[in-house]
Design a protein around this ligand. Structure first.
Ligand code: ATP
Ligand code: LTN
Length: 334
């Protein structure tokens, strides 16, 4: 709760080109939920450097991501869309919260284990304490709700534990946030290995649909999607490829699993894959068109970055000062 309004916070790392899972699992819900809350959407570039980044590329990807938030339908007048690195409160609160987080808790994080195994030559302390920075992001804005894909559920649980632990010592300082995980699209799987989640850092470009893929590429990737050898469009654990396509179709069109199974009861895989591809092309087109327009207006994006960065900083400072006072840091002399 901030200024008497329920607050929503979420963010994405500027680690690559957004893929369909980011859109269906997160971004789409941000747009759908936004009206009810005071919203903060961050490009979490400080999280991105837990994996080595090329500086020029990081800058480019961060700006593209911020522009894409707006292109997807987030209004920068109503929502605070900003770079995490422009608000120093994230790092300051993260340090404080790290003193309220246990090594044992961080050791259990599956994303850490996963990323550490993929980056064996750079298992840095930031990768390990990543969830503390994420907790700081959320608690800094007193967020009530955090829309994310289901892979982030564990990070939300640790955020809640840290907030409750801190509140237990110092009184009601932080709002304890709830995750919002959509009913459809919360875990989109790779098109090449449907037992793995679709991820922007996947090396195989055919495994993911990127938000900026053109229609032909999208259709081609769906045609090549790995499925099983029978020809029945049915949602089932032993049919992960087809079940993933049914999920995608449902999330893109709003149709339930049953409706989709019925619609394609007498179709084969070829027809179904084409229909899924066409639904995704239609879903992404408005965002792609708006993005192409927005990138042309450099001054407008620059202004959004400046104004919203200052707004986020104002709210972050409010919480930070409260926390510092509770802890016993000396007051500033003005
Ligand atoms: P990386 O490959 O760099 O780990 P990622 O593609 O997994 O990146 P993140 O930046 O970690 O994406 O996630 C941004 C948001 O998208 C989060 O809310 C996350 O839960 C959601 N998300 C990521 N992948 C998927 C997916 N396959 N299905 C549904 N939601 C997803
Ligand atoms: N950890 C998330 C990105 C992230 C985030 C956040 C999401 C960082 N801070 C705060 C929601 C709220 C990820 O890897 N997808």
């Amino acid at each position: 709760m901030l200024d008497g309004k329920k607050t929503l916070f979420s963010g994405m790392q500027a680690t690559g080109t957004l893929q369909l899972g980011n859109y269906l699992g997160a971004l789409k819900n941000w747009v759908d939920l936004g009206d009810e809350y005071q919203c903060f959407y961050s490009v979490v570039d400080m999280h991105s450097i837990t994996v080595r980044q090329n500086p020029a590329e990081l800058r480019k990807k961060a700006r593209a991501l911020l522009t894409l938030y707006i292109a997807a339908g987030l209004d920068p007048e109503k929502n605070c869309i900003y770079y995490q690195s422009h608000v120093s409160g994230h790092a300051e609160l993260s340090w404080i919260l790290s003193c309220f987080t246990y090594m044992g808790e961080l050791n259990r994080m599956t994303q850490f284990k996963d990323k550490a195994s993929k980056n064996a030559d750079n298992i840095n302390a930031g990768l390990f304490t990543y969830p503390v920075l994420m907790a700081a992001d959320i608690l800094l804005y007193q967020a009530d709700v955090v829309p994310v894909g289901s892979d982030q559920k564990q990070h939300l649980e640790i955020t809640r534990d840290i907030a409750e632990r801190f509140n237990g010592v110092y009184g009601d300082v932080f709002t304890v946030p709830e995750p919002y995980i959509g009913k459809t699209g919360a875990r989109i799987m790779s098109l090449q290995d449907p037992t793995k989640k679709m991820s922007k850092s996947d090396e195989n470009p055919n495994a993911s649909i990127y938000l900026m893929d053109d229609p032909d590429t999208i259709i081609r990737k769906f045609k090549r999607a790995v499925t099983d050898s029978d020809n029945e469009i049915r949602y089932s654990e032993d049919k992960p490829g087809i079940s993933n396509l049914i999920d995608i179709y449902g999330a893109a069109t709003g149709k339930s699993i049953e409706e989709t199974e019925k619609e394609f009861a007498s179709s084969g895989y070829g027809d179904f894959k084409l229909a899924v591809g066409e639904a995704v092309v239609d879903l992404l087109k408005p965002t792609q068109d708006r993005y192409a327009e927005l990138v042309k207006d450099k001054a407008c994006i620059d202004k959004i970055i400046k104004v919203n960065g200052e707004k986020a900083d104002y709210y972050a400072k409010k919480t930070l000062r409260k926390v510092q006072k509770k802890i016993g840091f000396p007051e500033r002399i003005r």
